[in-house]
Design a protein around this ligand. Sequence first.
Ligand code: GLU
Length: 502
Amino acid sequence: MSDKPVRVRFAPSPTGGLHIGGVRTALYNYLLAKQLGGKMLLRIEDTDQARFVEGAEEYIIEALSWVGITIDEGVGVGGPHAPYRQSERKTIYMDYAMQLINSGKAYYAFDTSEELDAMRQTLESQGSAFQYNAATRTKLNNSLTLSEMQTKAKIEEGVPYVIRFKVPSKEEIRFKDIIRDWVLVHSSTVDDKVLMKSDGMPTYHLAHAVDDHLMEISHVIRGEEWLPSAPLHVLLYRAFGWEESMPQFAHLPLLLKPEGNGKLSKRDADSGGFPIFPLSWTTTDGTKAIGFREEGYLKEALINFLAFLGWNPGTEQEMFSMDELITAFSLEKINKSGAKFDIHKAKWYNQQYLKLSLDEELAKTYLPDYELDTAKKLTHLFKERVTFPQEIAQESERLLTTPTTYDEAIVASKWNIDAKNGITAFQHILPNIENFVADEIKHALHDELEKLGIKMGKMMQMLRIAIMGTGTGPDLMLSMEIMGKEEVNLRLEKALAELPNL
Ligand code: GLU
């Protein structure tokens, strides 16, 4: 194990909106870097030109910045190992591929797809599966079977070729994954992967290994889907003579469907009615997928939720700020098994963080059209009753709209002479309540009802119906304070006129 300075990287491919699992990968990288005083890099892996999507890189940068994952080095920031966009590093990869060619650890392959198909069919008819490897490479169209002259001639003629890694035939590959412990694989199970494609671009395998080495990456923290390729990567490090300084690996558990069977997909998100992207994303065909941000998730809630998908601190504490996560996080506490994507938990976190948010900030963001003092009161009234902050605006609007109907069931059971007298009396004393705030309103109402010998409990629900139209809702006294005396007066008058005669 090396004791290199901690340098981690998030290395997404700009192939579309960043899947929420990618944000978790970025988060775990970030937490480790911050905890150990290291650096967080952003590298854009855009060597697959067929899958490149315009706008995806900007989206990734915006998503990371929204959740508060800051990048120390990389695309958008710069740094000593620039460029950090792989398409701008093409010549570097070619140099390294040539280094392997020259040392006999890689070779040119000219096979056409027809030739490869023919080989596949022959092998399949004999009952074996085709792999380009030690057993087949000697029978295929490559620089191992052609003479040096023939190879050179083909390249000069412009015959398309790829560069393949010559996997050593009898080597043990043993590496320690921080989450999965020791992994032991024999090189005979690894095939001769393409390192450079015929378009002159490297494959992921070559490009990321070269970059992780050159960028002095200390830990490769990435999704479990890369675990099967890790043995090949170890062989590549070995072939370059970099095994001593190889990064440590940590392959993160999969995100599973909410029911727990199988990998979480976009379709699960659509059918479950929850987002799968941090920010809204519009695909090239114009379909818009709503993001966590636009759905009303607070970034603190999303981060806390994602941190717990595959990791837990081993204590009862569930609420963690980013700083607390940085302190508590450890790769060793990440689970091997997949993490169920339980959106209810995300909603629960959102409610918790909403309660903790400052009234003033929420008010300014979500109720910009209200006078600040009123907006703060509305926020205070609703923030503990909703899941998403935009519901504060919806509820506020409802509160400030004079009701046009009255809950019939409640009217049928509670509308009686006491209620009517109580409401009438309350309306009469409204002008006397000078300071129209919740406490004063309550006292005035209480005193008046006492004089009349009407129990407050007997008429409170009908008072709510008269004011709001419905039997449930936020604190009635505070609601009246926010509406103001005039509106309360209007509503009482309207209710007395419209409720059935007794
Ligand atoms: N470009 C790869 C991806 O998007 C990166 C994997 C890695 O972190 O090595 O999955």
